[in-house]
Structure formats: structure tokens, C-alpha cells
Design a protein around this ligand. Sequence first.
Ligand code: SAH
Length: 320
Amino acid sequence: MKGLIYNYSSIRKEMLKDVVRTKTYQNVIYQNTFLFKNKVVLDVGAGTGILSFFCAKAGAKHVYAIECSHMADMAKEIVQANGFSNVITVLKGKVEEIELPVTCIDVIISEWMGYFLLFENMLNTVLYARDKWLINDGIVLPDKASLYLTAIEDAEYKEDKIEFWNDVYGFDMSCIRKQAMMEPLVDTVDQNQIVTNCQLLKTMNISKMAPGDASFTAPFKLVAERNDYIHALVAYFDVSFTKCHKMMGFSTGPRSKATHWKQTVLYLEDVLTICEGEALVGSMTVEPNKKNPRDVDIMLKYSLNGQHCQVSRTQHYKMR
Ligand code: SAH
């Protein structure tokens, strides 16, 4: 989604106007200039170059801004227009293919997160840059990302997005329903819809992890906090910058201020009738699609052995 429209200015504006996102990076950089003073910085996927500008202002010795889309040409112009040509070098191309004029980097900064954290698989590009250029005690910003899961009541939307296909002006189009069920929906969830606790699925340490660590199976136990119905599971992520003087970061969860990432909704085949205190238990398996590694395959196994509802199922989803 994000990738297909990277070249258009609308998504640029949407990202830059995402205040939670952009302000967090700005605060991280401006309030922790000790991380940047006289350092050589690499901006992985620089876009307009906004993060490079923050780093340059914070006193970086030099910033290399790599960007593969046509936005790189704009970034070059913006660097000139703002008088940063001596500090920021924009390099147009893929991180995986570019030759850097230096062999070592002190700091890597990147805003690589996709929907459901991992959609588009730009994390691998950051890890590639880390392993190729980052000095031993160099830092990666952000350096921690976590994925969470919760369950929601969502009768109205499920009806509108999924069950709609069962009877379209009197015709059975349920083959489309099947497909719609497999597509995680990126949308904002009202916190009042949350029925259970929020479960941490996986934390990734961007400074240390191997590319393969982005594929995983994680167990979950979601305990109902009230009597309600569950129509979907909802995934979201947070990122942190643990190398700051004071820990900083942001969350894309339904209880936090909305971001352009929204949340990711996975509809369940059946409506679950759950009583307060009962647990929906299972596991989620996440891995890049074998044919197209920018897509994400998700497998959900879950069961509820409740007073009013007994269900055990496996469902497959594809983000593309
Ligand atoms: N840093 C900018 C843009 C973030 S969006 C900001 O914070 O506003 C991520 C950017 O990374 C996109 O512009 C995309 O074109 C670029 N990108 C993705 N994969 C890349 C790769 N392999 N090499 C270089 N740039 C890449």
C-alpha cells in the first residue's frame, strides 16, 4: 500500500503530517543531540530528507540520505534550498545497491515501519545497512519494535465489509467474502470496542536481530474483560528509542493518538460469544510471503472453550 504510492506527494504529506510519527523523531533527535554531535549518520529511505535535516541540525558531522524513489531528486533540491549541501548528501538508489563514499557509519536512522509493522519488509533494508556499514558500538534509531494483539467487538463493520458479499442484490457472492476474510483491514479501531487485554506478541531488537527473526510464531491468551462478542483480532505496534537520555517512542494502538498506520483488523470466521474472564487462546505465525517477500502471510490458530461458545479454528491471511 505504502510502497505503491511512495512517488506521490499525497502519501508524503500524510506521513509528514502524521504528527505522532514525525514529532517523535524530531524530539528524539533534538532532545538527544549527544547521539548525533560529530557523528556520521545514515538515513535509510530518506524520502523528502526530513530526518536527515533533523540530524544535521542536531550537529551530525555528515548525513548520507539514501532514497530509491524519484523523491530523491526533490530531496536534493530541498537540501540545496535550505543550505545543507555541505552536511547532507542525498544518494539516489536502493540501499542494497548503492556505494557509500565512506565505509563506516556511527548512527542509522530510519522510518521503515509498514502497516502491521512488517508489511513491505523494509526492516530487512535497515538490517542490511546495519550489517554493512554500522560501526561496532553504533546505534540504530529506533532500536525496538513490538507487535501486540487484542480482540474487538465489530458487528457493524464485519457486516459491512464481510457479510455484505453473502447477498448482493439477491445474488450469492460469497466467493468474494472468502477473499475479503483473508485480507487484513487497515483501519482505526475505537478503544471502546476492545473486549480483552492486549497481549505482547513479539519484541524485535533492531540493533541485534537477524533478518529471519521477523518470521515467528507467538502464543497469545486474550481474557475477556466483560461479556461481549468478538468479531476480530486487532494487531498494532509500538517503537522505542531506548538509547535516548529518557526512553522515547510511540504506539499505534487503539488507545493512543491515531497515526497513519491505524490498526490492522483480522476478522474471525465465527462470531465468538465470550463471557468475562474466559480466554481466547492461540498463536499467531507471521512470515514474509515466499514469492513476494514484501507481502506478509499470517496464520492464526485460536480456540475458545467458553460457557456459551466452543470454537477451535485456523485461519490464514495475506497482507498485500
Ligand atoms: N524518512 C522519510 C520517508 C520514510 S518512508 C520520512 O520519515 O518522512 C520510507 C522511504 O524509504 C520511502 O521513501 C521509500 O521510497 C524508501 N525506501 C524503501 N525501500 C528502500 C530501499 N531498499 N532503498 C532505498 N530507499 C528505500
